[in-house]
Design a protein around this ligand. Structure first.
Ligand code: UN1
Length: 512
């Protein structure tokens, strides 16, 4: 294929520091440490991936820096063209990659395919965005002066992604960063390294075909260490991190210490308010999908349902009936709704939380439990459960990454909104009501305090066109659509004097 770059490109020489294919899965580092990736679906070891050493990391950063000097000069719409081709590749590999996501991470195949669709969607979005990196122009107070702002690429964007959306969240960052002229260094979750390698292969093919410098897309593998390297490294202009609030705080502190930029997408504790004016035929399936989809491991998972007291028993019974229909099993088998949680540590976390709920006085409306026997050999299959609880219990205030749903009661809408907002996190929220006053009250400044607030749809399953992220302990970052691209660029204000005098702003006179 023809190079679309207007710049002379260097032939790649395997083995040299600038000529390595960083999408290549071969070990170059002599690293002795590996990450073992086990599928929670069947407990099989599916890959052993080398962990990047510090020397690997430094080489990757140097390659990325080198690539940036070229990539930033490629016109943005041409960068968009590369991203368009990436979208085409992801369309082609949708089934394969979706299946791998499902197998390595454990979400249902439908959701694995949905995740790849999110990549395709953000590619399409980013292509359009590549022609819309708009700056404003202003009227100068001085005669014969023109003022404008323009947006320039930032440099290296470090992307730390979580296991639950092992590829989509990376793509929201990477595709937008690339059209903005940045280069990306991705540290995927150590629980899902294989899906990341697969994405690098797919991306690598497009980059190679277009003679794009390979350092535009880099991967470092590892755990906390690699994340810390990115966070502390002044060569990394922006660190975009998705994961727990604890991890986010550590990243924020390290990056702030060097006055770098962060974009944080952390925990949620998302609630659905069900009003007495709700259409329960809509609300019940939305609650169930929100609570059990991805086995309760989305940051947008519905964790709390706040129900108006006059319909509380009705909602409780309907949820019980709906949960009785849920089929749990191998995520690759489409007859099951819910797959496993990610690993044994997640199972332990679920169990401990269940105990804590009991100790707090919670009553299980749908019983918890661990499944064993045929088909459940990995030991990672837990029963989605529902507990009647109180909003102020510490266990309810915390995000537990498991399919545990808390049922809460309210009397007035003010009370419901106070409960909805009365947690440390602020990602996603919904109200089910057909009453326009209630819906608008929920969306008003005095309503939901979350980054996402929905009416008559659930808390999860956001589309890529909107800005994604939340407030308070969710970290404040916005990724994906709307004007989230601005986080990946630096703004420059320009004032140009095309006149014959040198007037000063603010009317200051200065005569020589
Ligand atoms: C996440 O869980 O980190 O809105 C992302 C959703 C998905 C993305 C979730 N589109 O549920």
């Amino acid at each position: 294929m023809q190079s679309i770059l207007p710049l002379p490109t260097q032939p790649t020489k395997p083995g040299t520091s600038t000529g390595q294919h960083f999408w290549d899965t071969k070990d170059r580092s002599g690293s002795t440490k590996t990450i073992d990736s086990y599928s929670p679906a069947d407990g099989q070891l599916i890959a052993r991936v080398n962990v990047s050493t510090r020397a690997d990391y430094d080489r990757v950063i140097e390659t990325a820096q080198q690539a940036f000097t070229e990539w930033r000069q490629v016109p943005a719409p041409r960068r968009g063209e590369i991203v368009r081709q990436m979208g085409e590749q992801f369309r082609q590999y949708k089934r394969e990659l979706g299946t791998l996501v499902s197998y390595e991470m454990g979400k249902s195949l439908q959701e694995g395919l949905g995740e790849v669709q999110e990549i395709i969607d953000i590619c399409d979005f980013a292509v359009g965005q590549s022609r819309q990196l708009y700056g404003l122009s202003m009227h100068s107070e001085r005669p014969a002066h023109r003022m404008l702002e323009q947006w320039h690429p930032l440099g290296i964007v470090g992307i730390i992604s979580a296991f639950n959306f092992p590829v989509a969240v990376w793509s929201w960052n990477a595709m937008i960063a690339w059209v903005c002229g940045d280069v990306c260094v991705w540290k995927p979750s150590e629980k899902t390294p294989l899906t990341a390698l697969a994405c690098q292969q797919i991306i690598g093919e497009v980059l190679r075909n277009n003679d794009v410098p390979e350092g535009v897309s880099c991967l470092v593998t590892g755990g906390r260490d690699a994340g810390e390297w990115l966070a502390r490294d002044p060569r990394v202009a922006l660190v975009s991190a998705t994961g727990s609030t604890r991890m986010g705080k550590a990243v924020a502190e390290a990056v702030a210490a060097r006055l770098g930029r962060t974009l944080l997408e952390l925990g949620g504790n998302n609630a659905i308010i069900v009003s007495e004016h709700a259409d329960l035929d809509l609300a019940i399936p939305a609650i169930v999908f929100g609570a059990v989809g991805t086995a309760g491991q989305r940051c947008t998972t519905t964790r709390r349902v706040i129900v108006q007291e006059s319909i509380y028993d009705d909602v409780k019974n309907r949820l019980k009936n709906a949960y009785a229909q849920i089929r749990i099993g191998n995520p690759l088998d489409e007859s099951f709704h819910v797959g496993p949680v990610i690993d044994q540590a997640a199972v332990k976390n679920y169990m401990t939380t269940v105990e804590e709920i009991k100790q707090a006085g919670g009553r299980f409306v749908v019983e918890p439990g661990l499944l064993d026997g045929l088909g459940f050999e990995s030991g990672c299959y837990v029963r989605p459960c529902i507990a009647e609880a109180q909003n102020d219990w510490p266990v309810v205030q915390r995000e537990t990454f498991a399919p545990i749903l808390y049922l809460l009661k309210y009397s007035t809408l003010d009370d419901a909104i106070a409960q909805q907002n009365g947690v440390p996190q602020g990602l996603s929220s919904s109200i089910f009501t057909l009453n326009m006053r209630e819906a608008e009250r929920f969306l008003a400044a005095s309503g939901s305090d979350c980054g996402i607030a929905n009416v008559n749809i659930g808390t999860s399953g956001a589309e890529i066109g909107g800005a994604f992220g939340g407030e308070k302990e969710t970290g404040g970052g916005r990724e994906s659509g709307s004007d989230a691209w601005k986080a990946y660029m630096r703004r420059q204000t320009n004032t140009i004097n095309y006149g014959t005098t040198m007037p000063l702003a603010q009317g200051i006179t200065f005569e020589l």
